[in-house]
Design a binder for this molecule. Structure first.
Ligand code: ZN
Length: 284
C-alpha cells in the first residue's frame, strides 16, 4: 500500500493536529487530523487514489456495518428514493425545478445504481450520472436504461452544461473535494444549482456524543468530515452562495424504534443532525 500526506484543501498548509487513529475494515490504521487554521477534519495520510479500489470491493453488495446491504434490491431502491424526496423538499428543489424553462439538464456525481438519475428522468429531466463503481453503473445502464458513465469525474469530458448537479453522500469519499467543486462550477449554467448531502462533524451533533465510534468515521471510505463552517468556506471559495441548509439524523437509538424517531425529529428541528443538506447557487 502507498500513502500520501496532503495539505488542508482550504488553507493549503500542513499545520494540523492528530485527533485519533482507527483501523479500516482490513486492519490498516488511519489517523484523523484537524487543520489548526480552519478546523477541517480529514484522514491523513491516506491511500493513493489508484489504490482505493482495494477498499471498495463489494461496498454496495455485501452486508457490513460500513457499506450497504445489497444496494440493488427493490427495498433499498424504495428507501433511497424516499430519503431523496424528503431531502429535495427540504432543499426547495421543486421550486427551482418549476422555475426552469425548456429542457432541463442534470448530472448526479457518485450516482451509484442511478436511482436519482432515474427519478429525474421520470420527471422530464435530461439526467445523467457518473460513478467509479463498475457494478453500479452496469446496473444503471442495463437494468434502468440510464445515461450513466463509469469513470472519474475529474478526468471525464462532458459535452454540455447542466442546470443542476448533485453530490448525494459523495463529497466525504473524495480525494479532491476542492477540484470537484471547481469543475462543478464550470459545468453549471449561470445560476445553476448544486445540491449535496454529507455527514456533519460538529460540536453539536452525534459526532460529539460518540467520539471515534461515530457512525460516519469509517476510514478510508470517508476521507473528509465537514462542519457547516468548513463546507461553507469551500463553497464560497469556489464561487457558490448557500441558499438552504438543513441537518437531519441523530444516530441515537436503533432504526425503526420510537427513540430513534423522536431523536431524529428533535435533531432536525434543532439543527443538531449529524447529516447535512446544502443547496448552493453558482454566482456569476
Ligand atoms: Zn485549513
Amino acid at each position: 500500500m502507498s500513502y500520501e500526506t496532503v495539505p488542508c484543501i482550504l488553507c493549503n498548509t500542513y499545520n494540523f493536529k492528530p485527533l485519533f487513529s482507527k483501523p479500516s475494515e482490513n486492519g490498516h490504521l488511519f489517523t484523523l487530523v484537524q487543520c489548526r487554521h480552519c478546523g477541517l477534519e480529514f484522514v491523513n495520510p491516506r491511500p493513493l487514489y489508484n489504490e482505493m479500489h482495494k477498499y471498495y470491493k463489494e461496498y454496495f453488495s455485501r452486508r457490513t456495518d460500513r457499506g450497504y446491504n445489497n444496494y440493488f434490491s427493490e427495498s433499498m431502491h424504495r428507501e433511497v428514493l424516499r430519503l431523496l424526496m424528503l431531502n429535495l423538499q427540504d432543499l426547495h428543489f421543486y421550486d427551482f425545478e418549476n422555475s426552469l424553462k425548456g429542457k432541463k439538464y442534470a448530472l448526479d456525481i457518485g450516482c451509484a445504481a442511478g436511482y436519482f438519475v432515474d427519478y429525474l428522468k421520470q420527471r422530464g429531466w435530461y439526467a445523467e450520472g457518473i460513478d467509479i463503481a463498475q457494478d453500479c453503473i452496469e446496473y444503471a445502464q442495463h437494468s434502468l436504461g440510464l445515461d450513466a458513465y463509469c469513470g472519474d469525474f475529474l478526468s471525464f469530458q462532458f459535452n454540455k452544461r447542466f442546470h443542476c448537479i448533485t453530490l448525494w453522500a459523495t463529497i466525504e469519499h473524495l480525494h479532491h473535494p476542492d477540484r470537484f467543486i471547481e469543475k462543478i462550477y464550470t459545468l453549471l449554467h449561470d445560476n445553476g444549482m448544486l445540491y449535496l448531502s454529507t455527514c456533519r462533524s460538529s460540536m453539536f451533533s452525534a459526532r460529539m456524543l460518540y467520539g471515534r465510534k461515530w457512525r460516519y468515521y469509517n476510514f478510508p471510505h470517508h476521507l473528509y468530515f465537514f462542519s457547516y463552517r468548513t463546507l461553507a468556506k469551500l463553497l464560497q471559495l469556489k464561487g457558490f452562495t448557500i441558499t438552504r441548509f438543513i441537518t437531519y439524523g441523530s444516530g441515537i437509538g436503533k432504526p425503526g424504534t420510537v427513540v430513534r424517531t423522536l431523536a431524529d425529529t428533535l435533531a432536525k428541528r434543532l439543527y443538531l443532525g449529524d447529516m447535512m443538506l446544502i443547496a448552493a447557487r453558482k454566482v456569476v
